[in-house]
Each structure stands twice: as C-alpha cells, then as structure tokens.
Design a protein around this ligand. Structure first.
Ligand SMILES: Cc1cc2nc3c(=O)[nH]c(=O)nc-3n(C[C@H](O)[C@H](O)[C@H](O)COP(=O)(O)OP(=O)(O)OC[C@H]3O[C@@H](n4cnc5c(N)ncnc54)[C@H](O)[C@@H]3O)c2cc1C
Length: 451
C-alpha cells in the first residue's frame, strides 16, 4: 500500500487511474521515475462503458505486459453490422501492428488489471484519495510557455495552463486533507475533469460531444464471436437518429447493451438516450433475448468528449490525457485505446522533460497529438457533421449495407486500423481524404465558442 509523506516531491503525480492515468503511470514507472497516482475509487470499481476493446486497445495492453491477463476475457474477431434488415459480418483487418482480434471485458476487471500492472512497475497508487484542488505556483504567474530551450516550437504564452506545485487531495473515508507535490502532473480524470477545469482547461463546444448509455443483460448469445452494432437506431417516433446501438458479448452469461448518440448539438441536444435505449431493446433481434426479465440492473450513461476537443491540454509542468483531453475517436466513440495511447505519449513527453528538456518537452505534447490524430480526427469531425443529417446517414448506411467490401474499408477507417504502407482501397481513400483535410480549414475554425 502506498504511504503518504507530506515532504515528498514525486517526479510525476497523476490524477485518475482509468486507462489513460494507469498507462502513463506504467510507462513512467517502468522507465524508473518516482510516480504517484491518486484515484478516488477503490479497485475493483464499476465504470460505465461498452467494455469493448478493439485491436488498437489490445496492442497497448500487450505492450504493457497485460496481454496474458486477458486470456480469461471474451475474445472476438470482428463486427457484425446490422441495419435495415440486413447484416454483414466484418472481420478485423490483417495489420502489421495490431492483432486481428479484440476482447470484451468489464471495466470493473480491466481497470484493476492495468492499475495493478502500473503498481508492479513501481507506481504508488493512492486509492479512495480524491483530488479536490490544484496547488498553483503563484510565484511564476507570467511563465506560460514563453521560452524554448530545446528548439521545440512553443505556443503563445497565453495558450497554456499554469504551473502546478501539486494537488490537494482528500481521503474519501476519513475526510482528511493532504497535499501531494510533484515536478510534473498528469490530469487523467476522465470527463469529471474537476482539476482540469479549475486550472482553465476548456472544451471547445464546436467539436462533437456524444452521449452513451449501457446496461447488462443475461443472454444465450453471451459468447458470440462477433460484437454487434446497429446503425439504424430511431427515437420513439420512429425517426432515424445520428447514433448507433451495440450488443457486446461478455462470455460470462451477460452481454453489454448500449446506445450512443454521436452528437448532442443543435437539434440533437434534447434527445433522451433512455428512450433511445428502450426503443432499441424492444426492436433488437429476439435471439439475444434482451427482455426486462434478463436485465441485470438499470442502465447508466456518460459523455463522450471527441476529436481532441479540450482546448488547453498542457502547461509548463502539466498535461491532460484521455477523456480529460477529449481524445475519443469521433468515428466510433472508442476511448479506451486513445486513453492508453495519450497516456503513453504524455509519459514520453514528461520522460524527456525529466531527462533535461524541461517544460519545452511538454509543449511538444500538442505537436505529438496532432501528428498522431490531427488529420484523422479532422476527417472524423466532418463525418460527425455529415451524419448529423439523418437523411445523409440513412443513405450512406443503406448504400454500405449492400456492399461488404465497402463496409470492410469503412471498418478499417472508423476503427483507425489503416495500414501505413498499403494502397488498398481503404488506405487510398483515407489518404485522399487526409490530403483534402490538410488543406481545408476546419469549418469550425471560423467560430469561437468555449465553455
Ligand atoms: C456508455 C459508454 C460506453 C463506452 N463504451 C466504450 C467502449 O466500448 N470502448 C471504448 O474504447 N470506449 C468506450 N467508452 C469511452 C471510454 O469509457 C473512455 O473513453 C475511457 O474510459 C477514458 O479513459 P480515461 O482514463 O481518460 O478516463 P476514465 O476511464 O473516466 O478514468 C478516470 C479515472 O479518474 C478517477 N477520478 C476522476 N476524478 C478524480 C479526482 N478528482 N480524484 C481522483 N480520481 C479521480 C475516476 O474515478 C476514474 O477512475 C464508452 C463511454 C461511455 C460513457
């Protein structure tokens, strides 16, 4: 068990032990740094999620040495996509870097495995310890990315978060307060983002914010070798919605069933996801037996901040990762793999900072995120805009459901599993879109709207 000492200054302090926090903790601890993680819950803990791991997420888990621990989880081989009375079974593509399979595993089990891995690598995990406020360094108020010692291009001074000395935390059981101090801090709080907001991080309201809801059901098809997604979800009046529904088999007698709305702006602001879920449940294929008697409890929901929608993700000694950085893939609502990846990128930047590059290495975080996801998420944002028009979504899905090869390309694009060296149709189409995206200003760039 980690022991608190007020006088200790950690190399790195991380708030949150979800995918992004535990990944950052693992990579930093593995590199030999002195790392502490504050987590307000006690593992194992529930987390509302679809529990679906794509090959991208599996790759990160394998890199962290957690691959073997997944053998008890339900392994699946692709996506069954259903709409307008048709269904297509699409296998995960062959890829040089990603395996052709995924897993469905509850976050109750998964997040504990990864947090334990970080602890095994040397990280100090403080459970039931809630971060309640930042300790801002007021001695250097003007230091907001003003110099570049290592030649890394820096952002204008006003565009960074403040320097932090540490985090004030509360023991959830006793209510006792403690100040944790560190040279570098990672905010991996998920959508709660209490500390991120307190230091000025903002969501760019122009970028997509989804909503999703999930519940568990007992089902005879609990060990189906495909996850299933329905692309023709409707509201209670029968009108098409910009979203999807899923049934993910857990292999333990249960399936995870959910609905996701990929945009909550404009006319979709007031959509009631509970009604959306009920409508889906009553129309779902009867073979799954998703009846109220098989429900394992009430559905719970959460927000999906997509497309790197947090505007300020870095300061002289602080970085935001995962959902706190708005890193969910706008094409499919997937966030676990991007949590692991952004945690790993943040760890690399802080590793460089601790090796002598100082704050300049943190300023490089945004560059690295843009290099990894910039074009892709820009195309994703356009995709969300397009399918926010139900008639466009309806036509695209109808067209796609008549062509398995077309849906296979789309799966590779939407799950971000394109092969870098290939010129196969999916990769060719994507390269074309990326080239257009690079030279086209984001339509959103003309409006400013922050909250
Ligand atoms: C209904 C739904 C279904 C989804 N389905 C999928 C899916 O199937 N596949 C997929 O890839 N993604 C899915 N996602 C997205 C995915 O859950 C997130 O993108 C992912 O959890 C982000 O990881 P994170 O580490 O950034 O944040 P989180 O997983 O939210 O972890 C944050 C951690 O920080 C802790 N914390 C928060 N505030 C504090 C504080 N003040 N002090 C201390 N600790 C704190 C929390 O307790 C938590 O443990 C889904 C999301 C929803 C809402």
């Amino acid at each position: 068990m980690a022991v608190y000492s007020e006088s200790h200054v950690y190399d790195v302090l991380i708030v949150g032990a979800g995918p992004s926090g535990s990944s950052a903790a693992y990579w930093l601890a593995e590199a030999g740094y002195d790392v502490a993680v504050l987590e307000r819950k006690h593992f194992p803990r529930e987390k509302t999620c679809g529990d679906g791991l794509t090959p991208r997420a599996v790759r990160q888990l394998e890199d962290m040495g957690v691959g073997d621990a997944l053998t008890g989880a339900h392994k699946y081989y692709g996506l069954r996509t259903c709409a307008y009375g048709r269904e297509l079974e699409l296998h995960w593509p062959e890829h040089p870097s990603f395996p052709p399979y995924g897993y469905v595993i509850t976050r109750h089990d998964l997040d504990m495995l990864v947090a334990e891995r970080a602890v095994k690598a040397g990280a100090h995990l403080f459970q039931e310890t809630e971060a309640i406020g930042p300790i801002i360094d007021t001695s250097r108020p003007s230091e907001r990315m003003s110099s570049s010692e290592s030649g890394i291009p820096v952002q204008p001074a006003q565009e960074a978060l403040p320097r932090l000395l540490g985090i004030r935390a509360k023991d959830v059981k006793s209510g006792q307060l403690a100040d944790f101090r560190a040279h570098y801090i990672i905010l991996a709080e998920g959508t709660a983002s209490r500390i991120s907001r307190a230091i000025g991080a903002k969501r760019d309201k122009r970028l997509p914010l989804g909503m999703a809801l999930r519940g568990y059901y007992q089902s005879p098809r609990h060990d189906d070798p495909f996850i299933e997604s329905h692309l023709d979800v409707r509201d209670e009046n029968g009108d098409i919605l910009p979203g999807y529904a899923w049934i993910f088999p857990l292999g333990d007698g249960r399936v995870n069933v959910g609905v996701g709305l990929i945009t909550t702006s404009g006319r979709w602001k007031g959509v009631n996801t509970s009604n959306m879920m009920n409508t889906f449940i009553s129309n779902a294929p009867s073979s799954w037996e998703l009846c109220p008697e098989n429900s394992c409890g009430p559905a719970t929901g959460g927000r999906l901040p997509m497309g790197l929608s947090t505007v300020l993700k870095y300061g002289p000694n602080v970085l935001l990762t995962g959902d706190a950085a708005g890193s969910i893939n706008p094409f499919n609502g997937e966030g676990i793999s991007y949590g692991y990846e952004t945690g790993r990128i943040a760890a690399a930047c802080i590793g460089n900072a601790l090796c002598g590059d100082g704050s300049d290495a943190l300023y490089d975080y945004e560059n690295r995120l843009q290099a990894a996801y910039g074009d892709y998420y820009k195309i994703g944002r356009t995709f969300v805009k397009m399918i926010s028009h139900p008639e466009v979504m309806h036509r695209c899905v109808q067209l796609g459901m008549h062509s398995k090869p077309l849906m296979e390309w789309l799966l590779s694009i939407m799950a971000n599993l394109l092969r870098p060296d290939s010129n196969a149709p999916a990769e060719f189409t994507y390269k074309l879109l990326a080239a257009v995206a690079r030279v086209t200003p984001d339509p959103e760039d003309f409006k400013i709207s922050l909250n």
